[in-house]
Design a protein around this ligand. Structure first.
Ligand code: ADP
Ligand code: MG
Length: 631
């Protein structure tokens, strides 16, 4: 046999193995149906959580209002799912465990408009082939039925009493498929996966009550919720639900409703992001990317705000039959789907100035004139960026909206507030709470007092003193302008009066030559200038007069160090914002500070530093009085 590839490549190892050890021939045989079923079962169920998902989805399809799950050893020894749904008749019950037995579709054309979660008729047959399985069910009329199946053998059917609904017991999952069983993790990890699945299903179906118990302990308890926000309050606690903004969006083929948290509230994994498509909870990578697009440049890496979205789309434009677990869906227009999710979430979490026509003229707001004397900032020219965008009006016009949003952020959550938030399930990630909009100074009432240690701006608001990190606040404001640009459009570039020569290491110089074209997209007009030097003649307007050399070097490193695409763009823009911003140690005039504070507080997401750092904190006058023993 000829060996291809390098001497040490896996290819060669494989061929060598193939050559010497592969058994000569196995004759082809048609698998015993039971074995075939056990093999196929692996596609539908691979761990207790996927069993729970299938069984609970059946309960939901049966119209249950209450679903209870009981576990033994995190589902590895047993799983019991009980519902109060429609149940099955004595005739139907034995059929339900047969492969391709379903009450939900009849013809392939039905798939186009399927509204149930199941339709493949595979789940019960699969689960019953790899466990000691039994179901007891009743329609509430006449006798109930029990159907027991041991490892895929023939079903034993007997009469049994049961209230209207169905109870399914899955004992010793994978007892007859040791290879699968070996892949199960410990009880804790399997239980955590079940909590996650049930939480997603709970968010996708707020009106159904869900409960998960093991050894008498509640791991999840979601009583019937009046609406999605109430369910989110049950899941995430009232405080975090309060930081969620309503999503209401319609465009083209897509209608999207739900809630998205402000970027100040994040968790360490995506598990708090639930998306359903036409009522089905899905894991659609493309839609998740849409969420990421909406939050870009507002989150520290690895943090995810809770989001719950219901996407409605013409069923003919989405294929749910891509994978046996029906969790992967494919859209006829994948890009449009992602863009719709991004736009829907962005609209909810951003504060956008309304069109100028609907807004009173700035002269009608005396406080803007009083608090902020007209001042032209020499370097970061936000005005120019603003002018380029027709839907963007200068920040000073929209303070009423800011005020409204701030007030809204601190409103009590009408319904949910009365409900105690449930205990965090063990092992759930601890959320990181950053100040949200409610915890920001109110622009219209503040007065800049001065600067502390050339790094912190002191701002007085009636009753309190705010201490603002000047670098982080400025960085936020600039990044906002950079990333708020329409797709591909960035603020104008500005020629430097005196070109800046940047010295580079030989390695950096080689990279610079390679990435020059890409960096030009971000406004860097640069050319080689002698060995290992670059002459920069123009930059994005925010960067003019600031740390041009530092920004160029870091943007180069960012371009080189990250793969192409959005993340890379984010990285480069963050670098530019960071180097455009005033630094700790920069002495600022009162006007400069006022301008900075104003552009920060009128940015879309003033409470979030791009790196997740705090931007400001408040010192109440009461606290000051206390410190001075004035009780
Ligand atoms: P599918 O959900 O794709 O139809 P399943 O194997 O999951 O296939 O279920 C087979 C059938 O058994 C369903 O179509 C339904 O008629 C019935 N069934 C399963 N679980 C329940 C339940 N909890 N309540 C009522 N009927 C059920
Ligand atoms: Mg099903």
């Amino acid at each position: 046999m000829e060996v291809v590839g390098k001497a040490d490549s896996p290819c060669r190892i494989f061929l060598a193995y193939d050559h010497h050890n592969f058994p000569a021939y196995m004759s082809i045989r048609v698998l015993d149906p039971r074995v075939a079923q056990q093999v196929a079962a692996g596609e539908v169920v691979d761990r207790p959580a996927s069993v729970v998902k299938e069984l609970v989805e059946n309960s939901l399809d049966a119209g249950a209002t209450r679903v209870e799950v009981e576990l033994g050893d995190g589902g590895t020894s047993h799983i019991l799912v009980r519902d109060d749904g429609a149940g099955m008749s004595p005739e139907d019950a034995p059929l339900s465990v047969l492969r391709h037995a379903t009450s939900k579709i009849e013809n392939i054309s039905d798939l186009e408009a399927v509204t149930t979660l199941g339709f493949r008729g595979e789940a019960l047959a699969s689960v019953a082939s790899v466990s000691a399985f039994s179901l007891t069910t009743s329609t509430g009329e006449g006798a109930g039925t029990k159907v027991a199946v041991e490892g895929g053998e023939d079903a034993r059917v007997s009469p049994a009493s049961h209230p209207k609904g169905t109870t399914i017991l899955v004992d010793r999952l994978f007892y007859n498929v040791p290879a699968r069983r070996a892949f199960l993790k410990g009880a804790r990890a399997e239980r955590a996966a079940i909590v996650e699945v049930l939480t997603h299903l709970g968010v996708a179906h707020p009106s159904v009550s869900f409960r998960l118990v093991e050894k008498g302990r509640d791991y999840l308890s979601l009583p019937h919720a009046g609406d999605l926000l109430e369910r989110l309050a049950q899941v995430h606690g009232v405080a975090r639900a309060r930081a969620m903004r309503k999503v209401e969006y319609e465009s083209g083929a897509f209608e999207i409703h739900g809630y998205a948290a402000l970027p100040s509230v994040t968790e360490g994994s995506r598990s708090s992001q639930t998306i359903s498509v036409n009522g089905r909870w899905v894991r659609a990578e493309n839609l998740t990317r849409g969420i990421d697009d909406a939050y870009r440049a507002t989150l520290p890496s690895g943090r995810y705000p809770p989001v719950a979205l219901r996407v409605e789309v013409d069923p003919r434009r989405v294929d749910v039959n891509v994978h046996p677990t029906k969790q992967v869906v494919r859209f006829s227009e994948e890009r449009a789907a992602r863009a719709a999710v991004a736009a829907a979430v962005r609209e909810a979490i951003e504060w956008r100035p309304p069109p100028p026509a609907a807004t009173p003229r700035p002269t009608e707001r005396p406080y803007t004139q009083e608090s902020f004397p007209a001042y032209r900032s020499p370097a970061p020219d936000f005005g120019r960026v603003a002018e380029r965008r027709p839907d963007y009006s200068p920040p000073t016009r929209d303070l009423d909206e800011v005020r409204e949003r701030l007030a809204e952020a601190s409103k009590p959550l009408s319904e949910a507030v009365r409900q105690e938030p449930p205990q965090e399930p063990p092992g759930a990630s601890v959320p990181e709470e950053l100040p949200e909009r409610g915890a920001l100074p109110r622009l219209e009432e503040l007065r800049v007092i001065g600067q502390l240690a050339a790094g912190y701006i002191l701002v007085e608001e009636p009753g309190s003193l705010w201490i603002v990190d000047q670098h982080v606040a400025h960085e936020r404001a600039i990044l906002d302008r950079l990333t708020d640009a329409e797709e591909g459009a960035l603020p104008t570039t500005q020629s430097l009066l005196v070109p800046e020569v940047v010295e580079l290491s030989p390695g950096e110089a080689t990279d610079a030559a390679e990435y020059l074209e890409e960096l030009a997209v971000y406004g860097f007009e640069a050319e080689p200038f002698g060995p290992d030097c670059m002459r920069i003649t123009g930059v994005i307007s925010t960067l003019a007069g600031r740390d041009v050399a530092g920004a160029f070097r870091e943007a180069l490193a960012a371009a080189k160090g990250t793969g192409p695409g959005r993340r890379r763009e984010d990285h480069i823009l963050a670098t530019i914002a960071c180097h455009s911003a005033v630094k700790l140690g920069d002495k600022l005039s009162k006007e400069e500070m006022e301008e900075l504070i104003k552009s920060w507080l009128t940015s879309r997401l003033p409470a979030t530093c791009p790196h997740g750092r705090s931007i400001c904190f408040r010192l109440g006058v009461n606290e000051v009085a206390r410190k001075l023993d004035r009780h």
